[in-house]
Design a protein around this ligand. Structure first.
Ligand code: C2E
Ligand code: CA
Ligand code: CA
Length: 739
């Protein structure tokens, strides 16, 4: 799994956890708030109902009182019940009347001496004595009577003066427990309602009625307040949610409890909103899940495209190998890990890693001759081969073109050398491409890093320097980095800078070396470049020409030399002048344009100029090179193949490129009088040249013996110290004038 998606999963889990936590806390809070709200509402309702019922009971007692008052605050009542009791009247106007009018199932009259004188039950006179009839109610009745007596006023029995009001009705109510039930009792002083009747002397008689709080009464009461299950209990209800009011006697003693199930609007509300809320929650949860899933999908896609982009940015498109950036990344990681392992202690000797810089030999040739498709195919095959040769812990990277790098962590010099040898061996074997079989090779530079504090780019530079040395020392080999290479590189760098300056300041001059025939006649000269360095003295072309070729300065140098030679030699009529042309100059499409401009500017005759090219220039079979050579020949220049015999001379090359002249290399001439083989070779070259009607010149002739042997071989033109050292133009001119 990619680290990015691991990271994503971790983050998603964190988000989901957070969402879940927030949702559950919210839900819990909502539930708690809901429950408290519901409880609060229900509690308020219960308190309210209790107050309402208590007030209702008071009202009911009050009603009872009001209903009795007209019957006992009445002259007739004083007459018939105030003194001697008139049983028939009491039955009709008190006991019976109260029963039918207010549902009083008990009615009593207590006389001035406190004795019960009348008792009625269910509207009819009690069968036994009034005292027995009243006995169950006696304690409550005695208290009420005592209360009423305390409130008795003299107005009740005096004639009011000046029409002032009669005595006010005096009555009281109380609850009582009797006959296994709770009763509402109402007691009244029996008083006249006019001045026509005067009560008998002594305390006033008291009339009392009792209404049972029985099922019927409770039901009617409940209906009034919309309470269904109103009941009397003699112990407080155990269910705390039940509504209740305490019923007590006038002395405050608890008698019983009126209890009922209160309405629970909170709970009802809860029931009413639970379903919609649940639906809402469900919708919310579904929405959240869908949102999360969509968001995850988008994020995952983003991560994937980011990962793709990262892969593209860090890998080579053609081979899929890590590119320069990723290679550097890994290199830095390996170095950092080594530093950490060594706990910051530098200079441990165990190797950190080996870095191999690889450069394919002759890759350009494949690209040029077989095309870019073949080049791409070859690079892919090389990449596969390198991966096959390396371990999984190694990194094979392509830096571009035909450059590869292998990072080999923990490799000893021996291990690094083994790998390099295997790579060279594999890469020198032929590669079968769709377009044909090709043979390449490779040069390797290796550095063994044992100091983990080294800078990554410095480490790579070391391997690169070693690679450079490999290429210098002939291709197909492996070189290990040595610190001296730095010094060599520094020297090269400073020489490069100096050469650039020398070209602009004109510090390069030309010398000319004569070419003569066997009769000593001057046939031509070869122009050779010299660089007089302000500190290093004269630097020979064998040093600075390759430097110019590698640094890209060769075109500037070439133009400089052509300009200089044309300017110095244009008036040397009848004398052929040979100029050395680098293979790189010939490979440049702009070369002919420059040449034509110079011909025009210096007004020279190309027929007098001889361009010396080496065989390597003809090798890659470069289209541009051929075009340039054809154009040069057409312009009238003579083409000479320099250093003949040292390269991969082939007859085909000589024919195809319209060469006019060959120059036998110095190395053959030097040994011609001592080495039979050299002599045979020179003979063969001369024969070949003559057969192809080519001019032949031998260079590096230092002795008369050499000259003689060359003449014997059939060569009649010579160049060398024997005939003359290279000299500046002025010196040559003077010498010619003298001769
Ligand atoms: P080359 O073209 O083979 O030039 C001949 C070299 O042999 C010259 O060395 C010359 O001084 C040297 N030489 C001449 N006679 C004798 C002799 O009798 N004995 C020995 N031992 N050497 C002799 P030089 O001038 O150092 O040039 C070296 C090479 O540098 C040349 O080899 C040529 O390839 C290159 N070069 C020189 N001048 C130019 C130039 O103007 N342009 C380019 N592209 N290359 C140049
Ligand atoms: Ca030459
Ligand atoms: Ca030569």
């Amino acid at each position: 799994m990619l680290p990015a998606s691991q990271d994503f999963n971790r983050r998603r889990a964190r988000i989901i956890r957070a969402v879940l936590a927030v949702s559950s806390v919210t839900l819990l809070l909502l539930a708690v708030i809901g429950i408290r709200l519901v409880d609060g509402i229900d509690e308020q309702t219960r308190i309210h109902e209790q107050a309402m019922v208590a007030r209702g009971l008071d009202l009911r007692m009050n009603e009872l009182e009001q209903a009795i008052t007209p019957q006992v605050d009445w002259d007739d009542a004083v007459t018939h019940m105030g003194g001697r009791l008139d049983g028939a009247w009491a039955d009709a106007y008190f006991g019976g009347f109260m029963h039918t009018q207010v549902g009083a199932t008990r009615a009593f009259v207590v006389n001035g001496q406190g004795l019960p004188v009348y008792a009625a039950r269910n509207g009819r006179p009690f069968a036994g004595s009034p005292a027995r009839g009243m006995a169950p109610f006696a304690p409550a009745v005695e208290q009420m009577v005592a209360d009423l007596r305390r409130r008795e006023t003299p107005a009740a029995r005096s004639v009011p003066a000046n029409g002032s009001a009669l005595a006010r009705a005096v009555h009281t109510t109380s609850l009582a427990r009797a006959e296994g039930g709770i009763w509402m009792l109402s007691g009244h002083l029996i008083q006249p309602d006019s001045d026509k009747v005067i009560p008998v002397p002594g305390p006033l008689s008291v009339a009392l009625v009792a209404v049972p709080l029985d099922k019927d009464v409770l039901t009617r009461f409940g209906q009034r307040y919309r309470i269904g299950d109103l009941a009397i209990a003699f112990a407080p209800p155990s269910d705390s949610r039940m509504a209740r009011i305490e019923l007590h006697a006038s002395d405050g003693q608890a008698l019983a409890w009126m209890a009922w199930t209160p309405r629970r609007p909170g709970a009802e509300l809860m029931r009413a909103i639970t379903l919609p809320m649940a639906l809402l929650l469900f919708a919310f949860a579904t929405g959240a899940v869908i949102f999360l899933r969509e968001a995850s999908k988008i994020t995952r896609e983003l991560i994937a495209s980011e990962a793709r982009a990262r892969h593209v940015a860090s890998h080579d498109q053609l081979t899929g190998l890590p590119n320069r950036a990723l290679m550097f990344d890994r290199l830095r990681t390996v170095l950092a890990m080594a530093r950490r392992r060594r706990g910051g202690m530098m200079g441990s000797d165990s190797p950190v890693l080996a870095i191999h810089c690889l450069d394919l030999d002759r890759f350009k040739g494949v690209n040029d001759t077989l095309g870019h498709h073949a080049g791409d195919e070859l690079i892919q095959q090389v990449a596969q081969m390198l991966i096959g040769l390396c371990r999984e812990s190694d990194t094979v990277a392509r830096l571009g073109g035909d450059e590869f790098v292998i990072l080999q962590p923990g490799a000893t010099p021996t291990a690094a050398s083994h790998l390099a040898q295997r790579v060279v061996a594999q890469l020198t074997r032929p590669f079968a491409l769709t377009f044909g079989t090709v043979e390449i090779g490779c040069s390797i530079g290796v550095t063994i890093v044992s100091d983990a504090s080294i800078d990554a780019s410095e480490a790579l530079r070391q391997a690169d320097l070693a690679l450079y040395a490999s290429k210098e020392g002939g291709r197909g080999c492996t070189t290990f980095f040595e610190p001296e290479m730095h010094a060599a590189l520094r020297l090269r760098r400073s020489l490069e800078t100096d050469l650039r300056r020398a070209l602009s300041f004109g510090d390069l001059t030309m010398v000319y070396q004569v070419q003569v025939d066997d009769r000593g006649r001057l046939r031509g000269v070869e122009a050779l470049a010299r660089w007089t360095h302000s500190e290093r003295g004269v630097i020979m072309p064998g040093v600075f020409v390759p430097l110019a070729e590698e640094s890209g300065l060769i075109h500037e140098l070439g133009d400089y030399i052509l300009t200089r030679v044309f300017a110095e030699t244009r008036h040397w009529h009848g004398l052929s002048v040979a100029i050395n042309i680098s293979a790189l100059q010939l490979r440049s499409p702009a070369f002919m344009t420059t040449m034509r401009q110079m011909i025009e500017r210096h007004a020279i005759d190309p027929e007098r100029y001889d361009l010396e090219i080496t065989e390597t220039a003809l090798l890659g079979e470069d289209g541009v090179t051929r075009d340039n050579l054809v154009a040069l020949a057409e312009a009238g220049f003579t083409i000479t193949l320099d250093d003949f015999g040292t390269g991969y001379s082939s007859l085909a090359n000589l024919r195809r490129f319209a060469v006019d002249k060959i120059k036998i290399d110095r190395s053959f001439v030097q040994n011609i009088d001592t080495d039979q083989e050299a002599e045979a070779l020179v003979e063969a070259i001369v024969r070949l040249g003559l057969a192809m009607k080519l001019e032949i010149v031998a260079e590096g002739v230092e002795t008369e013996a050499q000259r003689q042997r060359l003449i014997q071989c059939g060569c009649h033109q010579f160049q060398g110290y024997l005939l003359g050292r290279p000299v500046p133009a002025g010196e040559l001119e003077r010498a010619i004038l003298l001769s």
